[in-house]
Design a protein around this ligand. Structure first.
Ligand SMILES: Nc1ncnc2c1ncn2[C@@H]1O[C@H](COP(=O)(O)OP(=O)(O)OP(=O)(O)O)[C@@H](O)[C@H]1O
Length: 251
């Protein structure tokens, strides 16, 4: 199995505080990896390293190496806009822009300089279909995206992330702000898309990880404690501390 991204001994400091102590973790192609662990263990911090979303924070220092298809994403020559086209992101709160569904999904393509209206139309439709929100939006593409429900907005945001055809999609607790039905719809959407994209998802919801992930990584206090296939992690974790966490004894 090939790995699309690899993190090697990633350490991160917020000023003097070391939040990640040397994380080594590989992300297999077209699989969903769930990052789990107690609050404050560094899941989001680590996720944000993977498309350099931490770069703008003052006093941050990142060491180690993160590669995308073998190339170091922290290389000085790297074009950040190009990186973010290849590694997209979906946030915890649905964050549609305050304009139409169509313009939301077309946004990334237009920023990338695509002007061909037919190509944009086609990509908007394809992406909304992939994110399983086409049926609910196809007659309302000019409606403001903010006028849809939270769950629909999140699927519009997934469509927006997919429109530029990233290789990797980072998801930071994408369902924690949603009701159970919308969460289930997002899970179904992700499961259906796994053949096409590599997903890396932070989640607090262990059941969700067990339902949608292929690989699960357990972090605690800025360390990677254990990583394995979802089955290995939930059925036969190697470390007692992992087992205690999965059984709800702490966290
Ligand atoms: N911008 C920041 N400046 C300073 N410290 C930060 C910053 N962001 C996070 N931290 C600290 O780094 C540690 C890891 O935080 P992070 O948000 O990555 O954890 P998490 O596992 O995603 O937590 P949660 O599950 O609660 O979202 C925490 O101690 C947090 O307080």
């Amino acid at each position: 199995m090939t790995n699309v991204m690899e993190a090697e001994n990633v350490k991160l400091n917020y000023g003097k505080y070391e939040a990640l102590h040397g994380i080594t973790l590989a992300f297999p192609d077209r699989k969903l990896t769930a990052l789990i662990g107690p609050s404050g263990c560094g899941k989001s911090t680590f996720l944000r390293c993977l498309n350099r979303m931490n770069d703008d924070i003052d006093n941050i220092k990142i060491r180690g190496r993160i590669t995308l298809e073998g190339k170091n994403i922290y290389d000085h020559h790297l074009d950040l806009v190009a990186l973010r086209k290849r590694v997209g992101m979906v946030f915890q709160q649905p964050t549609p822009f305050p304009f139409s569904v169509y313009d939301n999904v077309a946004y990334g393509l237009r920023v990338a300089g695509v002007r061909d209206k037919d190509l944009i139309d086609q990509r908007v439709e394809e992406s909304l279909k992939q994110a399983a929100i086409w049926e609910e939006t196809k007659d309302n593409l000019q409606r403001n995206a903010m006028a849809f429900s939270g769950g629909q907005q999140q699927r519009i945001c997934i469509a927006r992330a997919l429109a530029i055809r990233p290789e990797v999609v980072l998801l930071d607790e994408p369902t924690s702000a949603l009701d159970p039905i919308s969460s289930a719809e997002i899970e179904e959407t992700l499961t259906g898309l796994k053949q096409k994209y590599t997903f890396i998802m932070v989640t607090h919801n262990l059941q969700q990880a067990s339902r949608v992930a292929d690989q699960v990584a357990f972090l605690m206090d800025g360390n990677l404690i254990e990583v394995g296939t979802t089955e290995e992690m939930f059925m036969a974790p190697k470390k007692e501390i992992t087992s205690n966490y999965l059984n709800g004894r702490f966290g």
